[in-house]
Design a protein around this ligand. Structure first.
Ligand code: GLU
Length: 480
């Protein structure tokens, strides 16, 4: 197989925002394609007309792009094997379905919902797994006439041969299915649209997919899909089914555990590069054990044989930790640009770009998500600062502190506000001079007067950024 023949796809249904599970599948396909020098294709599976929405398609595009997963072919960028949206391919599915009818692999199903329900009920009573009775396979021309007169619209069913379907899954190993448990399933609905299993195979054949990498919830579909490939005499791609993603409580990851859409995570201020790094590790591990890796390095390190077949647990704590790591190590100018959307409620124009970078540098350490910055920088803006009663009574309003604060104002007259180094030196001298008073009565108190907090960013840097006027005025307000 040459690199050009390696073709993989992500095929999301636009019935919701891009889910982390689909994002991980997209990522694994992307990594495999890039590692092998192959192509990564985006196909939008929007045959469920009622539930598919344009806004979700847009969310899928935006989320994949935010993650840095650019596709080589897709609805918006085109490609040799398009169209890449299933709703634009309906004629094709009909054409292919008719081929199966002509070759005796498919037949019309005329049963009503009630008739099918009745069959299911009998199976239930007899405690048998439900398998369609194949009743319509032997419908006579007269019966069909009657159905038509009753205005029934047929579906198309695939005639499942009696055999064992076997395939070697690249993650799960050898898998085998007995078709006696697979009823003659629908391939076309009565409204002329294809079912998932049929459309996916027609598309994967037409788009020349070489590997299908997806969640293990699709394993039972794979048996049906292989039967369709065989009926067309088409080449069967390689399959790789990845273990599911579970929540920390080992149940299915859902909204009740927190965010599940990629866009929600990004909105909350997870850095896309940290998020991508984190989800790569849900079911895959690098051979060198180094978990923090930029996407380019992950591409180099990626291989299907290191994908795990067991479920992966989505540890929110680990994501938080990893995001913090990325925040701390990112180029500060870049980080400043990224946090700006979280600072819109402040008037940033009072600081130069250089000062803003400096501000971000001194507050980034404890941030978990970018959104944390909004509250943590409030004291850098406006004239006043909020000080809660507890801090006021225990730190600011003590007799010792009340003596220190006026002395600090005196110091401000000689403090070089334009030079952080000098501020540090002078603060040091001040602290020494105030001995034997304790730090709580000196530096903590000054910090509380300036920021409303008793801990946080380096106080010399805070003083530098606030500037003489605001420092003096805030300390003055703290004096009773
Ligand atoms: N539209 C399907 C899904 O979102 C695609 C599954 C597949 O990869 O075949 O689950």
């Amino acid at each position: 197989m040459t690199n050009n023949d390696i073709r993989v796809r992500i095929a999301p249904s636009p019935t919701g925002n891009l889910h982390v599970g689909t994002a991980r599948t997209a990522l694994f396909n992307y990594l495999f394609a890039k590692n092998m020098g192959g192509k990564f294709i985006l196909r939008i599976e929007d045959t469920d007309i009622e539930r598919s929405k344009e806004e979700y398609t847009q969310n899928i595009y935006d989320s994949l792009k935010a993650m840095g997963l650019q596709w080589d072919e897709g609805p918006d960028v085109g490609g040799k094997y398009g169209p890449y949206k299933q709703s634009d391919r309906l004629d094709l599915y009909n054409e292919f379905a008719q081929k199966l009818v002509a070759s005796g692999h498919a037949y019309e199903g005329w049963c009503t919902q009630e008739e099918l329900e009745a069959e299911k009920e009998i199976a239930q009573v007899e405690k048998n797994p439900y398998v369609y009775s194949k009743k319509c396979l032997t419908a006579t021309p007269e019966q069909i006439e009657t159905y038509k007169k009753e205005d029934r619209k047929p579906i198309l069913r695939f005639k499942v041969p009696d055999k064992k379907v076997q395939f070697n899954d690249l993650v799960k190993g050898n898998l085998e299915f007995d078709t006696s448990l697979i009823g003659d399933f629908a391939i076309m609905k009565s409204n002329g649209t294809p079912t998932y299993n049929f459309a996916v195979v027609v598309d994967d054949i037409q788009m020349k997919m070489s590997h299908i990498i997806r969640g293990e919830d699709h394993i039972s579909n794979t048996a049906r899909q292989i039967l369709i490939y065989e009926a067309f005499g088409a080449k069967i791609p390689e399959f790789a089914h990845v273990g599911m993603i579970l929540a920390p409580d080992r149940s299915k990851l859902s909204k009740r555990h927190g965010a599940t859409a990629v866009s929600e995570f990004i909105q909350q201020g997870y850095l896309p590069e940290a998020f991508v790094n984190f989800i790569t590790l849900l079911g895959w591990s690098p051979a060198d054990g180094e978990e923090i890796k930029p996407l380019d390095d992950i591409i180099k390190a990626f291989s299907i044989d290191r994908i795990s077949s067991s479920p992966a647990v989505f540890e929110f704590d680990k994501l938080n930790w990893m995001n913090g790591q990325y925040i701390r190590h990112m180029d500060v100018k870049e980080l400043t640009q990224r946090v700006k959307p979280y600072l819109t409620k402040y008037d940033l124009s009072q600081y130069s770009e250089e000062q803003l970078n400096y501000l971000v540098e001194i507050v980034r350490e404890p941030l978990t998500v970018l959104g944390d910055i909004t509250d943590s920088v409030s004291y850098f803006f406006g004239e006043n600062v909020n000080i809660d009663d507890e801090i006021k009574s225990t730190v600011i309003d003590t007799p010792e502190t009340q003596q220190v604060l006026p002395k600090f104002i005196e110091l401000c007259e000689t403090l070089d506000f334009s030079n952080v180094e000098k501020i540090h030196e002078q603060l040091d001298e001040f602290r020494q001079a105030m001995k034997p008073l304790k730090p709580k009565q000196t530096m903590w108190a000054i910090r509380a007067a300036l920021t409303g907090l008793t801990r946080g960013a380096d106080i010399g840097s805070v003083i530098y950024l606030l500037g003489k006027e605001r420092v003096i005025s805030r300390v003055q307000k703290a004096i009773k």
